[in-house]
Design a protein around this ligand. Structure first.
Ligand code: AP5
Length: 221
């Protein structure tokens, strides 16, 4: 199965993509995680990305699509994938279509996760991330068992620089201006499945699963 998870910052794309990839054995491709890794490794791309990401702006389409093309051509994506954080503009969506057509692996569905803005702000401002294994936590909704430490690998949890309230508001505006138009793009193609993601993590996961079930004959669903 080949999916895109669409939705504003904080709606739970990374969280739900993590569950879907584990339970359906799909490759989870997150452009945000890839870029944060480049920043950590201090690569030329990472140095360019750092300032842009900390302000909550988008990186240039060409740069993102080159990174995604390379990632998709790696063997892991052959078993099926979930794209998280890509596409974010119509230009990216069109180029993604071209790349996947060349690979003869078109998208099956685009899952649009939706939630109210106050829910998004509260999720993002309480988010904590493990720098080693990228596990996601929330100080209230999903705290780690030992405060500040990752349950999976013991890594020291941190708060993303772009999770400050002012930057969050800017990211939400950019989502409205640049990304929300993708809903129509995929709706016209008959690929869009809209899911209310305000409930608990597992509840949203079950809704995603139920929306895919009638459309996709996959034994692990
Ligand atoms: P990226 O990392 O993709 O950030 P984002 O799209 O803003 O999304 P988030 O990761 O903030 O939120 P999410 O929806 O994944 O929510 P999560 O599951 O973490 O991108 C970062 C930056 O990179 C961009 O701003 C841009 O600069 C650059 N970039 C990336 N891709 C790009 C592209 N294609 N083009 C150009 N630039 C690009 O959940 C959030 C919190 O809520 C967590 O704490 C979680 O534990 C909690 N939570 C999740 N679900 C629930 C629930 N159901 N109930 C309660 N709490 C929940």
């Amino acid at each position: 199965m080949r999916l895109v998870l669409l939705g504003p910052p904080g709606v739970g794309k990374g969280t739900e993509a993590g569950l879907l990839s584990q339970r359906l054995n799909l490759d989870h491709i997150s452009t945000g995680d890839m870029l944060r890794n480049e920043v950590k490794e201090k690569t030329p791309l990472g140095r360019q990305a750092e300032g842009v990401m900390s302000k909550g702006k988008l990186l240039p389409d060409a740069l993102i699509m080159a990174m995604v093309r390379k990632r998709l051509s790696q063997g892991e994506a052959n078993r099926g994938f979930i794209l998280d954080g890509i596409p974010r503009t119509i230009v990216q969506a069109e180029e993604l279509e071209d790349i996947l057509r060349e690979m003869d692996r078109p998208l099956d569905f685009v899952i649009d996760l939706v939630a109210r803005e106050d829910v998004l702000i509260s999720r993002l401002s309480g988010r904590r991330v493990c720098p080693k294994c990228q596990a996601l936590y929330h100080i209230i909704n999903m705290p780690s068992k030992r405060e500040g430490l990752c349950d999976r690998c013991g890594g020291e949890l941190y708060q993303r620089v772009d999770d400050q309230v002012e930057t969050i508001r800017h990211r939400l505006k950019i989502y409205q201006d640049e990304t929300s138009g993708l809903k129509d793009f995929y709706k016209k193609k008959g690929m869009l499945l809209t899911i209310n993601a305000e409930g608990e993590v597992e509840e949203t996961f079950v809704k995603i699963k139920s929306s895919l079930l009638p459309k996709y004959d996959c034994p692990s669903l």
